[in-house]
Design a protein around this ligand. Structure first.
Ligand SMILES: [Zn+2]
Length: 253
């Protein structure tokens, strides 16, 4: 019976592991999507700045045109004025308008230089987005194939578990599952160096002796953590070799 429970525990540990792996896939996929979204918004940002520059440029071009119109009108008008005073006043207006034209042209030039910089930035963002998307495609395919493999394992272990529990009496299975729920999936603990290997508490010597003598269907529990205890007698293969035995002859006497 202990062997059957140990087999069940082995399957349950694998099931816990595969379930934990399966639960991480949605998050992994979301992380990949988030990287693509970030690269997209970077590109959108670069495009928005570029668009604003184009708008500014159009405005400055309009400014230049309007001031040039004014200059033309002042000049036409100055041909008709009769007094020097009026003429000088118009010349002054022309000068001011030309100053405005120069200023608007300077701003226009600045915007054109900036526009080239933004063009470059868009190209870089587009290149980055493409790289991120390519990497994401590969990553998603890898995650999907890992997920498919984990789902296959899950199906296999579930089938194995059904086979394993078929041999276990219902009340013993209930007992096992109660301990599993209490201890995150591990109901059985090996006794090592006369201690429960799960919680580290010492197994009392008379309990330990009884365990070694008991029939296979008798169960012993850790008094502290309540897990079902099992003990594996050291086999011939793990016994000290002739070489190490001769290295410590005093232990034989
Ligand atoms: Zn214990």
């Amino acid at each position: 019976m202990l062997q059957t429970l140990l087999h069940l525990q082995e399957i349950d540990i694998r099931l816990t592991d595969v379930r934990a792996r399966l639960s991480k896939f949605p998050q992994k996929l979301a992380q990949v999507d988030a990287r693509v979204a970030a690269a997209k918004s970077e590109l959108d940002g670069s495009k928005a700045v570029q668009l604003a520059t184009v708008k500014d440029r159009k405005k400055y071009e309009l400014d230049v045109d309007q001031w040039k119109d004014k200059v033309r009108k002042y000049r036409d008008h100055s041909a008709q004025v009769k007094t020097n005073e009026a003429y000088r006043a118009l010349q002054h207006e022309v000068q001011m308008a030309e100053d405005e034209i120069a200023k608007a042209e300077d701003r226009l030039l600045e915007q054109m230089v900036a526009g080239e910089e933004y063009d470059k930035r868009i190209k870089v963002s587009e290149k980055t987005l493409k790289e991120v998307e390519d990497a994401a495609r590969i990553e998603r395919a890898k995650i999907e194939s890992e997920k498919a493999a984990a789902e296959k394992e899950m199906a296999e272990f579930t089938a194995q578990r059904e086979g394993a529990v078929a041999d276990i009496p219902e009340n013993l299975l209930d007992h096992y599952e109660r301990i599993v729920r209490k201890h995150n999936g591990v109901a059985l603990a090996e006794v090592r160096e006369e201690k429960c290997s799960a919680c580290g508490m010492i197994v009392r010597p008379h309990v330990f002796q009884e365990m070694r003598r008991a029939a296979a269907d008798e169960l012993f529990h850790c008094e502290t953590c309540t897990r079902i205890l099992y003990y594996i007698e050291p086999s011939a293969s793990v016994a000290p070799s002739a070489a190490s035995a001769s290295a410590s002859p005093a232990r034989d006497h």
